[in-house]
Ligand binder design. Structure first.
Ligand code: ATP
Ligand code: MG
Length: 320
């Protein structure tokens, strides 16, 4: 089956291993067989903070990360919210399709409110899953590679698509989520690895930075290394990371490390991560920032054409 794939990330900081194993690895795979749009979700940066911050710098960094992991600009349309007004206009009819209660009970929104750095929770925070429906449906996306935290949002998109079709006649496909090998990778503090929670290993970190980050990871006093996610979250998190990078079961690594303790575990994990990321980091260092920004301009133009077609179809269906 031929899919239209839509995914994206907020330009809030460098991409990390959670992104890689949650979603990016799938994107690299899918780009060869399907039409794919990748969204730099710049407007969504202000869902959980007051100001967009170093937005241009963060966008450039995100683009560098995309190309470094192997997204091919000849195959993938990379674009940004703020350059595609027609996409954002879909938010208006879509908001009419969901109830306040549905917005308020979204578990991911609740979690993000807990971690938000906003002075007060904004209306945008509650409505951004509907904005995400506009992201996915503007190109009639059918497949959405995401981490686990995004599943409630893909559900909102499915709801919006179904309700729109029921009220106004079929315009949209009902898309499906696709989770990666590790749909919710833990960060170095045991919580979800996140750009803005200071607990991640950025793809672009240097080998020394990576070593320092892993050295600071919380483990426990038991010298014998075992894999037990419930009772030993810190140790198991590192084993999971090393296992993903080495493509080996974490339990097997635990047995090998045995009585080597946290020091040995951290050194094995550091080597695994650095070996895994070396080619990605090398590609990143060779990229030209100007060329990378040109990729975004081209993607924006294509996305705009696509969004205008969908918006026109929506207007017609609604009788405007
Ligand atoms: P922020 O802290 O700014 O929200 P984030 O690290 O949560 O950043 P997002 O841009 O919100 O990253 O998410 C981009 C994509 O990466 C989403 O599909 C999300 O599900 C996925 N993702 C984010 N963190 C993880 C993780 N720890 N494990 C697996 N997938 C993840
Ligand atoms: Mg997030």
């Amino acid at each position: 089956m031929n899919h239209v794939v839509l995914t994206g990330d907020r330009p809030t900081g460098p991409l990390h291993l959670g992104h890689y194993f949650g979603s990016l690895a799938n994107r690299v795979e899918l780009q060869h067989r399907h039409r794919m749009y990748v969204l730099v979700a710049d407007y969504q940066v202000i869902t959980d903070r007051d100001l967009p911050g170093e937005i241009q710098r963060n966008i450039t960094e995100l683009l560098l990360d995309y190309l470094a992991i192997g997204l091919d600009p000849a195959k993938v349309m990379i674009f940004q919210h703020s350059a595609v007004p027609e996409l954002n206009q879909l938010l208006l009819p879509f908001l009419s399709l969901v109830s306040m209660a549905e917005l308020q009970r979204n578990p991911t929104v609740k979690d993000e409110i807990l971690h938000s750095s906003q002075s007060a929770v904004s209306g945008l925070m509650f409505t951004y899953p509907v904005h995400q429906a506009a992201d996915i449906l503007f190109c009639k996306g059918t497949l959405v590679p995401v981490g686990r935290d995004q599943l409630p949002h893909v559900e909102v998109t499915r709801l919006v698509a179904r309700r729109f079709n029921e009220r106004y006649g079929t315009v949209f496909p009902v898309p499906e989520a696709m989770m990666g090998a590790q749909p919710s990778l833990k960060g170095l503090d045991g919580g979800k690895m996140s750009k803005s929670r200071g607990n991640s290993i950025p793809l672009k970190a240097t080998e020394d930075e990576t070593a320092a980050l892993i050295r600071r990871a919380v483990t426990d006093a038991d010298r014998r290394i075992t894999f037990d996610e419930e009772r030993r979250p810190g140790v198991s998190g590192l084993l999971t990371l090393a296992g993903l990078c080495l493509d080996r079961p974490p339990r097997e690594l635990a047995e090998e490390i045995g009585d080597g303790g946290a020091a040995r575990l951290k050194s094995v994990t550091t080597d695994a991560v650095n070996d895994f990321l070396r080619p990605i980091r090398k590609r990143r260092a060779d990229l030209d920032e100007g060329a990378v920004r040109a990729v975004l301009r081209e993607g924006n133009a294509t996305a705009r054409e696509r969004a205008a077609l969908t918006l026109e179809e929506v207007r017609q269906a609604m009788g405007f």
